[in-house]
Design a protein. Structure first.
Length: 260
């Protein structure tokens, strides 16, 4: 992918690619993501990696998704090449394991440009950035900040979190996660120094001390991140349970690139 292809060109164009108007169930979305045919796609014109808005079709169901092919990932100094799409999926699995519905459904599969992550497109309700969130989203935002601490998110920019339909908070773009060294960079500083809510800590403790649940997550993450990164994840997890507060961040280090 030396030059950016702005459209995914297919041999047979779809006669009908309108997105389904009836809300889809999670099972239907999962089927579309895993088995849907890519019938159209357009390159997202910003960002350092190749990202495509695509239309998926399967047995009468049609919906948009975001496709991030491995071969379109730009080389990075601090993250291994060709792993960002796996980290997207690892973040989704971890969020689901926690019981937090913050990341749109995501799978890893083959696409027009090879293997990559496919994530169902989440529609924004209003301005698509974190600054448009209101008091009704505070609880989900507190969960998200803890989640970013757990997965060591190095890229929580304003547009990577927004309000969706039905007051849902959606978090996207998790390719720069799970590094073994401290990498947290975020624009969400609202809760620095505050206690983490007891309800969130209770959820974390319930899962951490359940050996079967821990084993399930380990089995899911081992094919996606390195052993060193998995060990670091659990060290961060235990540190959060020990400290029980949101950390005070460093404005010289914990801000995403371009936002200092």
């Amino acid at each position: 992918m030396r030059s950016r292809s702005r459209r995914i060109r297919l041999k047979d164009s779809a006669p009908e690619t309108k997105t389904s108007t009836t809300p889809l169930t999670r099972e239907q979305v999962d089927t579309l993501l895993c088995s849907g045919e890519v019938v159209d796609g357009t390159l997202v014109p910003w960002g350092s990696n190749y990202t495509y808005y695509v239309t998926l079709r399967h047995e009468g169901l049609v919906h948009r998704a975001v496709y991030k092919p491995r071969r379109g990932e730009a080389p990075l100094i601090d993250f291994p090449s060709g792993t960002l799409y796996l980290r997207e999926y690892a973040a989704y699995l971890t969020c689901g394991w926690l019981g937090w519905d913050l990341i749109p459904q995501t799978v890893v599969r083959d696409g027009p440009y090879g293997p990559g992550s496919f994530q169902v497109y989440a529609e924004a309700d209003g301005a698509p950035h974190v600054y448009a969130l209101g008091p009704t989203q505070a609880g989900q935002l507190r969960q998200l900040v803890v989640f970013d601490l757990l997965v060591n998110n190095a890229d929580r920019k304003p547009a990577h979190c927004f309000k969706g339909l039905g007051q849902q908070v959606w978090a996207i773009d998790h390719g720069l996660t799970f590094h073994a060294r401290p990498k947290l960079r975020t624009v969400i500083w609202d809760f620095c120094g505050e206690p983490i809510p007891e309800a969130i800590l209770a959820e974390l403790e319930e899962r951490r001390f359940d050996d079967e649940l821990v084993g399930t997550l380990n089995a899911q993450l081992r094919p996606l991140i390195s052993p060193r990164e998995l060990d670091a994840f659990w060290r961060r997890y235990d540190a959060i349970l020990e400290r029980r507060t949101y950390p005070n961040l460093d404005p010289r280090y914990n801000i995403p690139y371009g936002f200092a």
